[in-house]
Design a protein around this ligand. Structure first.
Ligand code: IMP
Length: 433
């Protein structure tokens, strides 16, 4: 079996949770490599709905090792809450979950800093999830962050006090009046440490040992490529490396051990939060998609902005990630449309282009050029084979494949595990065999 990376090809919420959950039965371990509890993976198993934020979806498969890698930022309160929710559903989290001792820890003051920064006057807000993700990564890069290894160590108090002093100095210098009870946080985190300690280890060594023993690992991305700190619509991005490269730096598994990279993309496109979105549909049709696709954030409940499949965007994310295959999700959401617009090129500053501009100004000035494809106008739910899809649906998928230059290896037409079709003879099928 191969070691595969599965990640979002758009702005997150592509349905990775369901796909990772489905594929995880074929793997020995599933590893999250970046982000934190800003992510929300919704998985339906029969009547039960699970929203996983930090813990990889592999946890829902007995016997599969679920790993939170070093690239993830962890809010211990959120983690422990998620663990207890899963345990009350009968899942044996403690024996299946391993947490990297090199992952960084989120503290309540990271949220305070985010709130002050996002909320200040004259700032164009990013529309973050208010989970303290960005400020925690800032501390990591500034080399003053606290890692899980520190949290569970005897040295925690002194490291914590140094960080708290640092924050207090900045708050005083900038005359920030918001009060943070640093000593209460210290006591709470000491208790968190006791609960987390048994699940922590050097997960890079754990994963590499598993791979050496011939076991297979599925690397699970959070958010999506267009929210990647380097390749996304900067500054309207998250603070981590959501693109495929992040799987290696975020777990400590070398690129030479990766056998394939799978992009997950909706049959249309959505975005939560602010920032450029070339193929956004702000008309009544976009609203119809939001309702049909239940496009509301699983973490924040915010309505998602909706738009049409964007070929230049997919070509770009295909290139920076090296996608071997695409999984197209939520095809059924388009079932009732007479025609389906697809953005095939951009017009920027009067010129037609198919490449992704880097500057926000140019991104925001994009005029999308659409082609309209015939819809199929009938239900696709319940169909289990690609060849049984309506002709127009197959033509739509072929169009995406031809324009992006990436094979469509799988199509999902409903939220359940069994509402997923695989394309016979595809590269994806070979990678999974
Ligand atoms: P942050 O990750 O909370 O810093 O938010 C930065 C941007 O990423 C905002 O536009 C969020 O809406 C977006 N974002 C963060 N996590 C997710 C996710 O899991 N799905 C979709 N958008 C996300």
């Amino acid at each position: 079996m191969s070691n595969l990376i599965v990640l979002g090809a758009q702005w997150g919420d592509e349905g990775k949770g369901k796909i990772v959950d489905l594929l995880s039965e074929k793997f020995d371990a599933v590893a999250r490599y970046q982000g934190g509890h800003n992510a929300g993976h919704t998985v339906f198993i029969g009547e039960k709905k699970f929203i996983l934020k930090l813990i990889p979806s592999g946890i829902l498969r007995p016997g599969v090792l679920a790993v939170i890698g070093n690239g993830v930022v962890i809010d211990p309160a959120a983690l422990l809450q998620e663990i207890s929710g899963l345990e009350s559903a009968g899942i044996d989290v403690k024996s299946q979950l391993r947490i990297s001792n090199r992952a960084h820890v989120i503290f309540p003051f990271h949220r305070t800093i985010e709130k002050i920064s996002e909320g200040r006057a004259n700032r164009i807000a990013i529309g973050t999830t208010s989970r303290g993700i960005g400020p925690c990564y800032e501390d990591k890069i500034a080399r003053r962050g606290i890692r899980i290894a520190d949290l569970v160590d005897v040295d925690f108090q002194s490291l914590y006090c140094a960080l708290a002093e640092d924050k207090q100095l900045i708050a005083d210098a900038f005359q920030i009046t918001e009060r943070v009870d640093f000593s209460e946080i210290l006591e709470t985190y000491k208790q968190f440490a006791e609960q987390i300690r048994p699940m922590t280890c050097d997960t890079a060594h754990l994963l590499n040992t598993a791979i050496r023993e011939g076991k297979s690992v599925l690397f699970e991305g959070a958010q999506g490529t267009m929210l990647d700190i380097d390749f996304g619509t900067y500054p309207f991005v998250t603070s981590s490396s959501a693109a495929a490269g992040g799987a290696c730096t975020g777990t400590g598994v070398a690129p030479t051990k990766i056998d394939g990279i799978i992009g997950v993309s909706k049959a249309y496109i959505t975005r939560v939060g602010a920032g450029p979105f070339p193929s956004e549909d702000v008309t009544e049709l976009g609203e119809r998609i939001r309702i049909a696709g239940n496009e509301f954030g699983s973490v924040t409940g915010r309505p998602r902005r909706c738009g049409w499949f964007d070929v230049p965007l997919l070509r770009y994310t295909g290139e920076v990630n090296g996608f071997d295959s695409l999984v197209i999700t939520k095809l059924d959401v388009l079932d009732e449309l007479e025609t389906i617009p697809v953005c095939v090129a951009y017009e920027v500053d009067g010129k037609t282009m198919t490449q992704m501009p880097a500057s926000t100004r140019r991104m925001e000035s994009i005029k999308p050029i659409f082609e309209r494809l015939p819809g199929w106008n009938r239900p696709t739910r319940g169909i289990t084979k690609i060849e049984d899809l309506p002709t127009e649906a197959r033509q739509y998928l072929e169009f995406l494949e031809e324009k992006t230059g990436i094979e469509v290896g799988s199509v999902s037409n409903g939220p359940e595990r069994n509402e997923t079709m695989f394309v016979p003879g595809s590269k994806l099928e070979r990678l999974l065999s």
